[in-house]
Ligand binder design. Structure first.
Ligand code: CTP
Length: 442
């Protein structure tokens, strides 16, 4: 009996897949199909896959072409599978020509001609595109990153920029982009917007966008008062509009997995969390530039409220103000019933940007810059129990965030990454800062 094996993602199963499977089957008597796991696709940078693994497997089963379906989960697995299943022929489409020649050592390798004119990427691209606009310009470094990351995400088409700064064309390196200072005209051209205006402008702009039925991904904090956030959140629900809090760290695979490990008790009960985020960046105009608490506060707060909860008992703020409300440095201590946390943020000072989460059994250490990490360690009293974790991170997490935004818009299912309670708590901390509650200036 000749045993044949082939691999693929098989997202939105199409004619090209079927043709390949038929020809693969015809090469022998028994066909094994390896389907990539969601995780494996993520690690190899395939971030736009729409169907979860089980759906892709079920669609394959319905074709009746596979005698056996297996899941491909790690690099190098093909060699293992070929040996384990006693495979005679390995085959894939000609788009992989030459890539799997190393498998000739284990079985025969055949590249089958790929069917022209169809691919999962094209099927995804044909779906209705979301016209995405960008709001804001005074933190253009961040704007440029989001703007550039859009090209990795299926289903987004950039529709324009609402900006005061006329130089934004050059900054974005794009000459044919629509740039306006007329917000309502801008909204008419958008299905969704990414908001990076000054945080004091968010509330009004988001309110107007919701009224126009435009979905919003807003760089955190969404508002500077918790009541404002609650109001916007309610309005968004009524209008069936997605209002998402943008904190790219929430989408870093390492950070997300770290949360799961903490919640499953790997370091015991959590007693303390320390986060530090600082940067030394030129600020052109303090009136429009984000101060430390807005620029870094939401990121530094994220693990605190996601792990210890949003119901802290009290907070104490120490801040160095360089003028009015522009804090060059802020330290906030949080008191919880059974835990404590400290965040330090700075724009114009530099410190070690690490995170330490201390528990009753051990602690997690994330080296600088922890907010865009691909690595962390769990450390115990007995150092031989220590574990290191590595996860790939493409585009600082922005890419995954944009994919999640598109998915949330298309499915209407609330995103699992940042809950509205967490977004609300972040706005509450901003509120305390601006009201100078329990506040000491240094
Ligand atoms: N394939 C094919 N003809 C096509 C598309 C895919 O023969 N038009 C083959 C691939 O060569 C591979 C298998 O089908 O052997 C599974 O491919 P997969 O990567 O899942 O499909 P694509 O449509 O290429 O997906 P994407 O556009 O996301 O890369």
């Amino acid at each position: 009996m000749t045993r044949v094996i082939t691999y693929g993602t098989y997202d939105l199963l199409h004619f090209g897949h079927i043709k390949l499977l038929e020809r693969a089957k015809a090469l022998g008597d028994y066909l094994i199909v390896g389907v990539t796991s969601d995780d494996f696709d993520m690690t190899r940078g395939k971030i736009n896959v729409q169907q979860p693994l089980m759906e892709r497997i079920e669609a394959l089963q319905r074709t009746g072409l596979a005698d056996e379906i297996i899941v491909e989960e790690y690099d190098g697995q093909k060699i293992d599978d070929i040996r384990r299943f006693n495979v005679d022929i390995f085959t894939v489409g000609s788009d992989w020509e030459g890539k799997f020649d190393y498998l000739n050592e284990y079985c025969k390798v055949i590249y089958l001609p790929r069917t022209e004119g169809v691919s999962s990427s094209e099927v995804r691209a044909e779906q209705r595109k979301i016209r995405m606009g960008f709001v804001g310009d005074y933190e253009s470094r961040i704007l440029v990153k989001y703007y550039n990351e859009c090209k990795y995400v299926n289903g987004i088409e950039i529709s324009g920029v609402y900006a005061r700064n006329k130089d934004i064309k050059n900054i974005l390196g794009s000459s044919d982009i629509y740039i306006t200072q007329d917000f309502s005209d801008f909204l008419k051209r958008c299905d969704a917007i990414y908001v990076l205006s000054h945080p004091s402008e968010h509330y009004e702009q988001i309110k107007e966008a919701i009224a126009q039925g435009v979905h919003i991904l807003c760089e955190s904090p969404i508002a500077l008062k918790e009541e404002q956030f609650k109001e916007l959140n309610e309005l968004a629900k009524i209008k069936n509009v997605v209002l998402m809090n943008s904190i790219k760290t929430a989408y870093s695979t390492a950070y997300y997995r770290l949360l799961l490990l903490v919640k499953s008790g790997r370091i015991g009960d959590i007693i303390s969390i320390d986060t530090t985020c600082t940067s030394i960046q030129e600020v052109d105009d303090k009136k429009y530039a984000w101060n430390s608490i807005c620029l870094w506060g939401p990121t530094a707060l994220l693990p605190i409220v996601q792990i210890l909860g949003t119901e802290y008992l009290n907070i104490n703020i120490v801040s160095r103000l360089s003028n009015d409300d522009f804090d060059q440095f802020t330290k906030i201590d949080f008191l919880y019933t059974h835990a404590t946390a400290t965040l330090k943020v700075g724009r114009g000072i530099k410190s070690e940007g690490e995170m330490i989460i201390s528990g009753t059994k051990g602690y997690i250490y994330v080296p600088a810059p922890w907010w865009k990490t691909d690595y962390f360690e769990i450390r115990y009293e007995n150092s031989s129990d220590n574990r290191r974790y590595f996860y790939p991170l493409e585009g600082e997490g922005i890419r995954y965030e944009l994919v999640d935004f598109v998915k949330t818009i298309n499915t209407g299912i609330e995103s699992a990454y940042i809950s509205s309670d967490v977004s609300g708590a972040i706005c509450r901390v901003m509120d305390s800062f601006y009201k100078k509650e329990n506040f000491v200036e240094i």
